[in-house]
Design a protein around this ligand. Structure first.
Ligand code: CA
Length: 314
């Protein structure tokens, strides 16, 4: 277990209305809770101007409230938070005819103090992990085209142009109950994570996301990714959160130098003791051979050959 300290996570979030829409129905937030757990949330609302924005904000705020209030294990916390969010959004849509039918995607990432990362999602907002092996999509889209890609019927590129690309199979708040997927990964030092709405992934390919998240610090990475989606038409709202787990800490320089000095002194002392033992042994051997062998035939003392080749005693 890596023991990632959530307080040492560097993160940045950015949302953009895009170039076509007249409102931003995406929503995001970051919640901290004792003893150091940190929760990231991205939600992508749908259902009319007011409905979509209300659903994503209400779901995110409810998830944050449950996260602060509960003492449950991480997976149970995420289940409870999204289930409660579903009930709140659903009830609000039943109570207000203007909000009827609203819903939202949700993707949540919870960093625990034990180095584990829990990811829960509903819909097609995604979570990625950039590990030493490359970029890995942690979530699977709950969408028509996502299902078609998994079955090998269309490619990722075709999915982004498919007429049914906006149809999702699960959402928060549209029905009284919701199915939630929860996954868990173990964070390693240097890992980077990304949460985003489909306004990014429909316009920026995974290999491009990988390069940006790998090469830029979180704040610059969010700006770069949002700019790329906007430059390609920005047909949807775009929301991105980039999270960087600190690299393994190198030894502080002063300590490392002091340690090197201690090691050097220790090595030096051991060298002198070793040399003294070798010299004493050599002297003893020389003395013994000097007694039993003629000095002219004696080769350098210390090696077995020198003893073996010594002439017999007179
Ligand atoms: Ca969207």
């Amino acid at each position: 277990m890596s023991g990632i300290d959530p307080s040492e996570i560097d993160c940045a979030s950015l949302t953009s209305m895009g170039q076509v829409r007249t409102s931003n129905q995406d929503y995001f937030d970051v919640f901290d809770a004792y003893p150091g757990n940190r929760l990231f949330v991205v939600a992508d609302g749908m259902g009319g101007h007011r409905g979509g924005a209300t659903a994503s904000r209400l779901a995110t705020e409810t998830i944050g409230e449950v996260f602060h209030a509960t003492k449950a294990e991480a997976a149970d916390t995420l289940f409870e938070a999204i289930t409660t969010a579903n009930q709140c959004v659903y009830q609000a849509s039943v109570d207000d005819p203007e909000l009827r039918g609203m819903g939202t995607t949700v993707v949540c990432m919870l960093f625990g103090q034990d180095g584990r990362v829990w990811v829960a999602h509903v819909g097609d907002s995604r979570a990625y992990r950039l590990h030493r092996d490359g970029l890995e999509q942690i979530t699977q889209d709950h969408s028509i085209v996502g299902e078609m890609v998994r079955r090998g019927l269309i490619t990722d590129e075709e999915a982004n142009r498919h007429p049914r690309r906006n149809e999702i199979l699960r959402s928060v708040g549209v029905e009284s109950e919701v199915d939630i997927d929860v996954a868990q990964v173990v964070a390693s030092p240097g890992d980077r994570y990304l949460l985003c709405s489909d306004g990014l992934t429909s316009l920026v390919a995974d290999d491009e996301i990988c390069e940006v998240v790998r090469d830029y610090a979180p704040e610059a990475a969010t700006e770069q990714l949002v700019a790329m989606a906007n430059a390609r038409g920005g047909h949807d709202n775009i929301t991105v959160q980039v999270i960087a787990v600190a690299d393994a800490r190198p030894e502080p320089e002063a300590d490392a130098a002091a340690l090197a000095g201690t090691e050097s002194q220790g090595s030096s002392l051991r060298w002198w003791i070793g040399a003294a033992i070798v010299l004493a042994a050599a002297a003893a051997t020389w003395f013994a051979l000097g007694v039993v062998a003629s000095p002219g035939s004696l080769t350098a003392p210390g090696s077995p050959d020198s003893v073996k080749e010594a002439p017999p005693a007179p």
